[in-house]
Design a protein. Structure first.
Length: 253
């Protein structure tokens, strides 16, 4: 398996899935740029591996994306591989009650869409010109099984954002294929990350595992290995698709 290029940028790179993706790219001797609002975990990795760097950025804020990533994407050091991976998934209100469509504040809706969808568009928009110049690029978007199922956690803002990621992936893939750029997505099922350990998730996680034929939640590395495949020459003839990494959830227990 060969991965062309020398650099990969991962948004949400300092969370569980992002770090797993980073470690897989390091196995292929790539330089990895981790972009996140909290870079502490990425900084720890960077302290042990000179191929890793971090950029602190609130990816819900387009101005910050422009200020902190715009110059990089325009430079000769621009990454050949962009992994749009950042996501937030609010589930409870300030009183600890489960959110519903009737109780999600508009400001929260806008923040979720800005983080989970708009940042994917804007980072791609910034990355694409240099990819076109090179005649090559890989964009890999982390979507979610929730985009297919609607989720059972009453998180319509998260579901809508991830469905949007699938649409964005298809639209960009059609436009950019003539330039040697492929855009694909990964649809993970539930993964044990920071937000699935927040209050209220334990019961949902236990219920979810019962519906998975393989009998467990996804591991971050399950997602990372799929991303690496899509970044490699093994996926040269794939674009506009979404790979399902869900332990057989769609076929039921």
């Amino acid at each position: 398996m060969n991965i062309r290029g020398t650099r990969a940028l991962i948004t949400g790179g300092c969370g569980g899935i992002g770090l797993a993706i980073a470690n897989r790219f390091l196995e292929h001797d790539k330089n990895v740029i981790l972009c996140d609002i909290d870079t502490a975990a990425g900084d720890e990795l960077a302290n042990t591996d000179s191929r890793v760097s971090t950029i602190q950025c609130d990816l819900s804020d387009a101005t910050q994306i422009d200020d902190k990533l715009g110059g990089l994407f325009q430079s000769d050091e621009a990454p050949e591989i962009l992994c749009n991976n950042v996501a937030i998934c609010p589930r409870l209100d300030d009183e600890g009650n489960r959110l519903t469509t009737l109780t999600i504040p508009l400001a929260q809706w806008e923040t979720v869409i800005a983080t989970n969808l708009t940042s994917y568009f804007y980072c791609s928009q910034l990355a694409i010109p240099r990819m076109i110049d090179r005649g090559y690029g890989r964009i890999i978007n982390t979507a979610s099984i929730a985009a297919r199922t609607g989720s059972f956690a009453s998180q319509c803002h998260y579901v809508a954002s991830k469905a949007g990621v699938l649409g964005l992936t298809k639209a960009l893939s059609r436009e950019l294929a003539p330039h040697g750029i492929t855009i694909n997505a990964v649809n993970p099922s539930r993964v044990p990350t920071a937000f699935t350990h927040e209050p209220g998730w334990l019961e949902l996680n236990e219920k979810y595992v019962q519906s998975v034929p393989i009998g467990r939640m996804a591991d971050p590395d399950d997602i990372a290995k799929t991303v690496i495949f899509l970044a490699s020459d093994h996926a040269d003839f794939m674009t506009g698709t979404a790979l399902e990494v869900n332990g057989g959830t769609y076929v039921g227990p």
